[in-house]
Design a protein around this ligand. Structure first.
Ligand code: ME8
Length: 649
């Protein structure tokens, strides 16, 4: 259907605690998916919310000494605040204590009871309160919850309850999975679902004795509806079902439902579709069970005190880098979807985050924009030059990659999509190095230099469009620095990714680095190990240096802090570098091939204990190491981002 709204959901979170980086994950991912579909020109309904009727929520309130309603009213806004802090723009936020939800849950209950799918019986069994789940006798060992993420003691519960006739849906569920190959993803979790269903489904207890918290069973207020039965219905409530038929028709069924792996199999892929079958409603197009984040190799848990708040990570990143908070938030969003293919487990570490920030964002993306804009400033007075030709290799890279990125994002393959975008950034950086606009300028080829810089601006513009779902604030800032080539609010994947839309002749401001690098202190020097005596070389030693002589060389990584031309010397640049211990001046003969501004922030290899020498009146304290290709100097750089001061051995 043409005007079908793209409907996307996250799990709704228990309000027994404020959100940590793990709960933030599916919400951030959903925001990326929502923004991507909006960028494709689709109408989107992106919903998240809070699950408030659980026993564990009531217990958390009791522990705080607060009435449950007051407690949930206090925590639910904390979720909304975190989402706002992470630049998450949902379209609806549902709380399961809202009247609109209570009404729909009772309606579903009534319909299924009238139809015979819900009946009354006595329940006896093992119940895990933290997971709000019943388990089979065969699943319990040592009296502990079988969920590996939980492993807390289960309780024996005996109650007269209402049951949902889940067993009746076993075959239909398997048929549905078989007939819809994309409905459950990733594939390996789909296989888990099939195994689980094939083991045999039992009817499920879906009510509890009313202890003052929960949605009352219609016409039987001594009982409340089981929290999972209630919570899943939130996905229906927000569509306006059954009263707002117009809205419901536009929205239903969900296009993508994201859930963590622990609630994927038995709730989202078994109970939920069976409930919908019972109601005679269409099933979700896709349910995706994502992986879990650990922190520095440890499971996230309150008792370990490692439940980091995403807002705190973003503030730390902003503080340590000097980037704006919005940029830091974007960097966290980028990190979380770039680190592993969506679906797999991942590990968070500060070092991992900083590594991505420095290498992918500062060195690759930031550098592309900064060096392009700073050369436009120096060579073209800050006016975007008119291209005289087309950089075909960049144009076709952008156009073909944009299609691949689109299908990757469509398929929730974010890390692959970003990798593809980064391949274009790499190609553009390489293109600048090879075309060397600074040399073209020296040779009086201003038009050619203009074409090169126009082309790399175009790449930056296309990159801004493509990364905008993941890093909306960064994309906006890049857009601004590129002189606002069109209204950012109305960018669109199909139209904005055509080559050549950047208007030339427009004045732009100079570059303002978006991602200032984060300097990690070099690790303390390890005590030098006792060197093994090298075997006496038997070869001719005249041309060779001894190991002892080599050891005298102090070669290390340094970071260029500033760079300027040496007056009256075409080939020389005067650089101030940080060698890990302090700053020093080095003169390097690279001015023909490197634009001073483009060097700032780069890591280079420095021979630090060369005798100082005066070159054209400037004292040089050391030497930058470079490869010599037919007289052209190509400076060396470490393969990965390493701190200034690291020794080269
Ligand atoms: O289960 N890594 O709510 P919940 C990745 N209310 N994702 C994580 C995570 C981690 N370490 N920890 C939590 C509930 N999550 C029910 C859901 S839906 C109708 C009802 C994410 O507050 C993951 O998506 O325990 C998981 O499924 C969700 O938070 C569970 O949140």
């Amino acid at each position: 259907m043409d005007n079908k709204v793209f409907y996307l959901t996250t799990p709704i979170y228990y309000v027994n605690d404020v959100p940590h980086i793990g709960n933030a994950y599916p919400t951030m991912v959903a925001d990326i998916v929502a923004r991507f579909h909006k960028l494709l020109g689709e109408k989107v309904l992106f919903v998240t919310g809070t699950d408030e009727n659980a026993t564990k929520v009531a217990e958390a309130a009791e522990a705080e000494g607060l009435p449950t309603q007051e407690f949930v009213d206090r925590i639910a806004p904390a979720f909304e605040k975190v989402w706002k802090d992470l630049n998450v723009q949902y379209d609806d936020f549902i709380r399961t204590t809202e009247p609109r939800h209570i009404k729909v849950v009772q309606e579903v209950f009534r319909r299924l009871r009238d139809k015979g799918d819900i009946y009354k019986g006595t329940y006896e069994g093992w119940y895990c309160v933290p997971d709000e789940t019943f388990f089979r006798e065969s699943e319990i060992t040592d009296g502990l919850c079988p969920n590996p993420e939980c492993r807390r003691p289960v309780r024996w519960v005996q109650e007269e309850n209402y049951y949902f006739r889940l067993s009746a849906y076993q075959d239909r569920l398997l048929e549905w999975i078989e007939a819809n190959s994309d409905a459950l993803r990733p594939e390996f979790r789909k296989n888990e679902v099939i195994r689980f269903i094939k083991q045999g489904l039992q009817d499920m207890s879906i009510s509890r004795a009313n202890r003052g918290w929960g949605i009352p069973v219609p016409d039987d207020p001594d009982n409340v509806i089981y929290v999972w039965f209630d919570a899943l219905i939130n996905y229906l409530t927000v569509t306006g079902w059954p009263d707002d038929e117009e809205k419901y028709k536009k929205v239903w069924p969900p296009d993508v439902q994201l859930t963590g792996k622990e609630i994927f199999v038995r709730f989202h892929c078994t109970l939920w579709p069976a409930m919908l079958m019972g109601l005679g409603l269409e099933l979700p197009k896709q349910l995706f069970g994502h992986g879990f984040w650990s922190i520095e190799g440890e499971k996230i848990s309150k008792s370990k005190g490692n439940a980091i708040s995403p807002a705190k990570v973003a503030s730390d990143l902003a503080e340590q880098s000097g980037a704006s908070r919005d940029v830091a938030v974007d960097a966290l969003r980028y990190f979380m979807v770039r680190e592993v293919p969506f679906g797999q487990d991942a590990d968070y570490s500060w070092a991992g985050l900083v590594g991505r920030f420095n290498s992918d964002l500062a060195n690759d993306l930031g550098n592309l924009l900064n060096r392009t804009l700073s050369m436009i400033k120096s060579y073209f007075g800050g006016v975007i030059p008119e291209p005289t030709g087309t950089a075909e290799e960049l144009k076709s890279a952008v156009e073909s990659t944009a299609n691949e990125v689109q299908s990757a994002f469509n398929n929730l393959e974010f890390s692959r999509g970003l990798e593809l975008i980064w391949s274009i950034i790499g190609a553009a950086n390489k293109y600048i190095d090879e075309q060397a606009p600074w040399r073209l300028m020296k040779e009086g080829k201003q038009q050619e230099a203009g074409t090169v810089l126009y082309s790399t601006c175009e790449v930056a513009r296309a990159v801004a469009v493509m990364i905008s779902p993941v890093m909306p604030s960064v994309a906006r800032e890049m857009w601004k620095q590129l002189g606002n080539p069109g209204d950012f609010e109305s960018i669109n994947w199909n139209d904005s990714l055509k080559w050549g839309l950047l208007p030339s002749g427009k004045a732009i401001a100079g570059p303002q680095p978006i991602f200032p690098r984060i300097e990690e202190k070099p690790k303390k020097e390890e005590k030098p190990k006792k060197e093994e005596e090298p075997e006496k070389a038997k070869v001719e030693t005249e041309q060779l240096i001894s190991y002892d002589e080599f050891k005298k060389l102090d070669i290390r990584i340094a970071e260029i802090k500033s760079a300027e031309r040496v007056k009256g010397a075409d080939k020389l640049l005067q650089l101030v570098v940080d060698d890990g211990e302090g700053e020093r001046t080095v003169v390097a003969g690279i001015a023909l091939w490197y634009e001073p501004e483009s060097l700032v922030g780069r890591k280079v290899v420095l021979l630090a204990n060369l005798q100082p020498a005066k070159i054209r009146g400037v004292q040089s304290n050391g030497m930058l190491l470079a490869a010599d290709i037919e007289g052209r100097a190509i400076i060396l750089k470490p393969d990965e981002d390493v701190p200034a001061g690291s020794k080269v051995r």
